[in-house]
Ligand binder design. Structure first.
Ligand code: NAP
Length: 292
């Protein structure tokens, strides 16, 4: 990608993984151990299998230990909770990630809330939600953390910027809005009941779209010069071919935006890189090391 207003998330994520790899190598030299990430996969969901494989691969690439727990779909909630308790107590485990969705007979929130908040590298535990909301140090959900890194890389100080987050899910929209608020942005959260969405979007200098609706945000919803972060990953069929598109009509928005993330190659690659960053952060905090 060469165009100046296109934010190359793939390249940024590569750079971030490189810095994490250097930090892990330093830790190994100094302490003889490396951070460990445990990933728990229950069942055979094909998309989840791909995610878990990629996570394990990238964990090993940065020199961390990848501990995979693949369990049959029939695994009981009690057995899963017992595994989480063992991982919580295991000193070799710094991060625990339970791949969602879980089978229907398992209460996902019960499982997620059983994870030690200091090992909760997905940042979904209610304690980490509270820490983020009150500005305390915690672990932050990976996708919004990645969006924030891209925004700060492009804009520097975000203080005073008018930001609009389109979508209010617990995993993207709400934590994204909290992160922007913590950066002193003036934040609006829009959702399916928002009136005159195009006008709300046009008021934003930073526009983060996380709706899961293919190309819903049109070019004329974007304020000239705004920075647009497109979180959406939507599979559509175009000319008989399967394609991935974002929540933003890229070709239209790219002509107006000051900067914009493409799909694919924008926010997507940042998510796993931030998972590794969170695992490194969890390791450093558990061992009383300075955070860089
Ligand atoms: P979600 O849980 O389905 O939430 C969607 C949000 O969009 C909801 O708050 C919903 O409003 C709002 N919305 C839906 N239709 C709308 C409309 N027509 N107008 C205004 N608001 C509307 O989705 P999510 O999990 O946040 O994910 C959003 C997108 O990001 C998806 O495409 C997903 O695949 C993608 N994603 C990407 C990554 C990544 O790694 N890059 C990670 C996570 C998610 P209400 O609350 O009013 O219903």
């Amino acid at each position: 990608m060469t165009k100046e207003n296109i934010i190359d998330g793939k390249a940024f994520a590569e750079g971030l993984r490189g810095r994490i790899g250097t930090a892990v190598a330093e830790i190994k030299r100094a302490r003889g151990s490396v951070p460990g990430l445990a990933v728990v996969l229950v069942g055979e969901d094909p998309a989840s299998q791909v995610y878990v494989r990629n996570k394990a691969l990238q964990t090993k690439e940065v020199g961390m230990n990848s501990l995979e727990h693949r369990l049959p779909a029939s695994t009981s909630e009690a057995d899963l909770l017992a595994l989480i308790r063992r991982l919580n107590a295991d000193p070799a485990v710094d991060g625990i990630l339970v791949q969602l969705p879980l089978p229907k007979h398992v209460d996902s929130s019960k499982v997620l809330d059983a994870i030690d908040p200091d090992k909760d590298v997905d940042g979904f535990h209610i304690i980490n939600v509270g820490r983020l909301a009150t500005g305390m140090p915690g672990l932050v959900p990976c996708t919004p953390l990645g969006c924030l890194m891209l925004l700060k890389d492009r804009l520097g100080d975000l203080s005073g910027k008018r930001a609009l987050v389109l979508g209010r899910s617990n995993i993207v929209g709400k934590p994204m809005a909290q992160l922007l608020l913590n950066e002193n942005c003036t934040v609006t959260i829009a959702h399916s009941r928002t009136r005159d969405l195009p006008a709300e979007c046009r008021g934003a200098e930073i526009l983060v779209a996380a709706v899961g609706r293919p190309e819903m945000v049109r070019g004329d919803w974007v304020q000239p010069g705004a920075v647009v972060i497109d979180v959406g990953i939507n599979r559509v069929e175009r000319d008989g071919k399967a394609r991935l598109v974002g929540d933003v009509a890229f070709a239209e928005a790219e002509r107006v935006a000051g900067a914009i993330t493409p799909v694919p190659g924008g926010v997507g690659p940042m998510t796993i890189a931030c998972l590794l960053q969170n695992t490194l952060t969890a390791f450093r905090r558990r061992h009383g090391l300075a955070e860089k």
